[in-house]
Design a protein around this ligand. Structure first.
Ligand code: ATP
Length: 220
């Protein structure tokens, strides 16, 4: 059976997340204490409920513990965010994801046992800064403090070259682990695979190695 999600707080972040899950074909219960917002979203989500998520009985009656993942997308009201997160963990929800507005808010959520904490504004700021500095960098995932997997657009400078010619491991220390082509993705490409215009390279390495590679081959 497909995973079922609940999103608490249907502000800009919560509603966008909930709608995206729906477009990915998942079932989503949306909860907000503002009835107007709930009415607006009722056509777009699988179920919507107008309720206060800091009320344990309400959460229990919604059978919240049966959801595979519950996202607390309450922002401004830090107290409500923390209370809702505690109740969800207490009720036995396996995967609780919560949005934090500040480092301190994040620390408290971590102490409570929230499984994943998201800092949308902070993370988006960092992401945009990386993309401004490295225009060919499309996206990246930080594996640890030092290691990153990055998606890079193919610049005219490397278009038509084989991985052997690029020789990223020897020259920059990072490895191309996949090439996403229009015709499909090549996982673990060989030295003879060629990178072409509109391909996206998936590169793994330290932040410095990836930056070095991007700067060396990127279009200026
Ligand atoms: P965004 O930036 O995503 O728009 P925000 O950070 O400004 O959101 P808020 O507007 O404070 O966050 O909260 C998002 C939503 O959460 C609001 O629609 C609000 O009604 C709802 N909300 C706040 N507290 C509760 C609660 N206790 N129970 C249910 N919903 C709540």
């Amino acid at each position: 059976m497909k995973k079922q999600y609940a999103v608490i707080g249907l502000g800009r972040f919560g509603s966008s997340l909930a709608k995206e899950l729906i477009s990915l074909d998942y079932e989503v219960l949306g909860i907000d204490r503002d009835e107007e917002i709930v009415n607006e979203m009722s056509q777009q989500l699988t179920h919507t409920v107008s309720a206060d998520a800091t009320d344990e009985e309400v959460l229990r009656s919604l059978g919240i513990r049966n959801f595979d993942c519950v996202v607390v997308a309450i922002g401004d009201d830090i107290q409500a965010s923390i209370l809702a997160a505690i109740l969800l963990k207490d009720l036995g929800v396996k995967m609780v994801v919560a949005k934090a507005l500040s480092e301190l808010h994040g620390k408290v959520l971590k102490k409570i046992g929230v499984d994943r904490i998201i800092f949308p504004e902070r993370d988006m700021g960092i992401r945009v800064a990386h993309q401004l500095v490295s225009p060919n960098l499309l996206d990246y995932i930080e594996l640890s403090k030092d290691y990153t997997i990055a998606e890079m657009a193919v610049s005219p400078r490397i278009c038509g070259k084989t991985l052997k010619q690029l020789d990223t491991r020897a020259k920059y220390g990072c490895s191309v682990v996949a090439i996403n082509k229009r015709s499909g993705i090549i996982i673990a490409p060989t030295a003879e695979d060629t990178v072409e215009d509109k391909d996206v390279l998936v590169v793994i390495g330290t932040n410095d190695q990836i930056e070095h590679f991007e700067h060396a081959v990127g279009s200026k």
